[in-house]
Design a protein around this ligand. Structure first.
Ligand code: UDP
Length: 457
C-alpha cells in the first residue's frame, strides 16, 4: 500500500440499532484522530434509516435480502448463510471499488457477529479488528460457553456459578438468556461464534472501559489482545473534545425531540422517571399494564418510550386518561439528550448495553427490568458490582408487578437506602469522562490503535 494514503477504516456493523450506534461513535473518535472512515451497513438496513450521519461516508453492502433484511429470510440460519455468501462478495467489491477510486482501505473494523469478514480482510491483506458491542463480562461468559469450560445452564435455578475471571458468583437468572433457554440455542451459536476467528484478527476492541470491569478485562487480556475503547457516547456529553459532534447516529426511528425536551424543561430537577426498553424488546401485554399503573401510581412524573409496534399493549384508555402534567409517552426519544437533562432522576431500563453505558455516562441511577439476551448480566453488574441501581423482582410468571415498580422507583430516587446508589452513579459519570479524556484508559487504547494504523498505511 502506498505510504501517501491516510489510514482508512471500513466499518462493518451488524444491522441492529444497538450495534450500529457504538460503531458509529467509535468511528467519529477515529476520524478526530485523522483516520478516514467508511461505514458499510446493509442495503436493507440503510433503507430503514430515518436519520443518517453527515460526517462519515456510507457505502452499503448486501446481506442478500435487500428489500427486507432479516425479516425477509425464512430462518435466522438462512439469513446468516446468505449474508456470509453475498456479504463476502459485495464487501470484496466495495474494497476493490475504494481501491480503484484512490481511497484504499487498510483496516476493517467488523462486528464479530459476522466472523467471515476476517477471511475477506485476509484476502486483501488488510488489518482486521473485531468490535464487540457487548461488555467484557458478557463476552467472558460466551467465551466459556464456546470453550465448553463451563456447562450452562446450572442444574438448579439458585445454584451459584463461578465464571473464571469474574469473582462475583452468578445464578441462572444473571446469565444471558440464550445460554439458559433451549429455544435460544441458534442465537447462542452466533454469539459463541464471535470467538471462532479471533486467533486471526489483529485487534479486539470492546465497548466498555477498563475501570468498569478491571478483573475480567485483566483475565481476558491473558487470552486475547483486548482493548476497551468505550464509552462510545458522542464527545459532547463526555470530554467535549470533538467538534461538531451533535448528531447521534444512524437511526431507524425518528426521535420526538422537541416534544420530549419541551416537556422535560417544565419538570423539577431530578424528578422524572425515564422509561425505555430499547429498540427490540417486546413486552408482554400484562407487563405493559403493570408498568403503566406502576408509573401512574408513583409520586413521580415519567417520560415513557413506547415504540409504535408496542402501543396496542397499553391498557385501554391509558393514553386518553394520562394528563400531560403526569407523564409523556413518545414513540422514540433522543435518549442521550433525555438522560443528560437535569430533570431526570432515574432510568427504568431493560439494561441493553448501550442504554446501560449511556446511563452510567450521564450519572443516572437505574431500575433494571431486564428482558432477554445479555440484559440480565448487565443488570447484575448494575446492581451488585457497580451498585448504581436495583433490579426489580419478577413474580413466578416473570412479571414485575406495579407495587414493586413504585417501591423501586422511590428507593432509587428519594429514599435514604438509595443514597449510595445515587452517589455511585455520580462517581461513574466522572470516570466515564476521564477514560475518554486525554490520557484516559480508553483514549490511550484508541491512540495506540490509530498509531499502528498510521504506521502501516
Ligand atoms: N434509543 C434512543 N431513543 C429511544 C430509545 C433508545 O435513541 O427512545 C437508543 C439508545 O440511546 C441506545 C439504543 O437506542 O443507544 C438502544 O440500544 P440498547 O443496547 O440499549 O438496546 P437494544 O435496542 O439493543 O435492545
Amino acid at each position: 500500500m502506498s505510504t501517501s494514503h491516510k489510514a482508512h477504516c471500513l466499518i462493518l456493523p451488524y444491522p441492529f440499532q444497538g450495534h450500529i450506534n457504538p460503531m458509529l461513535q467509535f468511528s467519529k473518535r477515529l476520524q478526530s484522530k485523522h483516520v478516514e472512515i467508511t461505514i458499510a451497513p446493509t442495503k436493507s438496513f440503510l433503507k430503514k434509516m430515518k436519520e443518517l450521519p453527515t460526517s462519515v461516508s456510507i457505502e452499503a453492502i448486501s446481506d442478500g435480502y435487500d428489500d427486507g433484511g432479516i425479516d425477509q429470510a425464512k430462518t435466522y440460519e438462512a439469513y446468516l448463510t446468505r449474508f456470509k455468501e453475498v456479504g463476502s462478495d459485495t464487501l470484496s467489491q466495495l474494497i476493490q471499488k475504494l481501491e480503484n477510486s484512490g481511497c484504499p482501505v487498510n483496516c476493517i473494523v467488523y462486528d464479530p457477529f459476522l466472523p467471515w469478514v476476517v477471511e475477506v480482510a485476509k484476502k486483501f491483506g488488510l488489518i482486521s479488528a473485531a468490535f464487540f458491542t457487548q461488555n467484557c463480562t458478557v463476552d467472558n461468559i460466551y467465551y466459556h460457553v464456546h470453550k465448553g469450560v463451563i456447562k450452562l445452564p446450572p442444574t438448579q435455578n439458585d445454584e451459584k456459578i463461578l465464571i473464571p475471571g469474574f469473582s462475583c458468583p452468578i445464578e441462572a437468572s444473571d446469565v444471558p438468556t440464550f445460554v439458559i433457554y433451549p429455544e435460544g440455542e441458534r442465537i447462542l451459536q452466533v454469539l459463541v461464534n464471535q470467538f471462532s476467528n479471533l486467533d486471526k484478527v489483529d485487534w479486539i476492541l470492546i465497548n466498555s472501559f477498563y475501570e468498569l470491569e478491571k478483573e475480567v478485562i485483566d483475565w481476558m487480556s491473558k487470552i486475547y489482545p483486548i482493548k476497551t475503547i468505550g464509552p462510545t457516547i458522542p464527545s459532547m456529553y463526555l470530554d467535549k473534545r470533538l467538534h461538531d459532534d451533535k448528531e447521534y447516529g444512524l437511526s431507524i426511528f425518528k426521535p420526538m425531540t422537541n416534544e420530549c425536551l419541551n416537556w422535560l424543561n417544565h419538570q423539577p430537577i431530578s424528578s422524572v422517571v425515564y422509561v425505555s426498553f430499547g429498540s427490540l424488546a417486546k413486552l408482554e401485554a400484562e407487563q405493559m399494564e403493570e408498568l403503566a399503573w406502576g408509573l401512574k401510581n408513583s409520586n413521580n412524573n415519567f417520560l415513557w418510550v413506547v415504540r409504535s409496534t408496542e402501543e396496542s399493549k397499553l391498557p385501554k384508555n391509558f393514553l386518553e386518561e394520562l394528563t400531560i402534567e403526569k407523564g409523556l409517552v413518545v414513540s422514540w426519544c433522543p435518549q442521550l439528550q433525555v438522560l443528560e437533562h437535569e430533570s431526570i432522576g432515574c432510568f427504568l431500563t431493560h439494561c441493553g448495553w448501550n442504554s446501560t453505558l449511556e446511563s452510567i455516562s450521564m450519572g443516572v441511577p437505574m431500575v433494571a427490568i431486564p428482558q432477554w439476551t445479555d440484559q440480565p448480566t448487565n443488570a447484575k453488574l448494575v446492581k451488585d458490582v457497580w451498585e448504581i441501581g436495583v433490579r426489580a423482582k419478577q413474580d413466578e410468571k416473570g412479571i414485575v408487578r406495579r407495587e414493586i415498580i413504585e417501591e423501586y422507583i422511590k428507593l432509587v430516587m428519594e429514599e435514604e437506602k438509595g443514597k449510595l446508589i445515587r452517589e455511585n452513579a455520580k462517581k461513574w459519570k466522572e470516570m466515564a469522562r476521564n477514560v475518554v479524556d486525554e490520557g484516559g484508559s480508553s483514549d490511550k487504547n484508541i491512540e495506540e490503535f490509530v498509531s499502528k494504523l498510521v504506521t502501516i498505511s
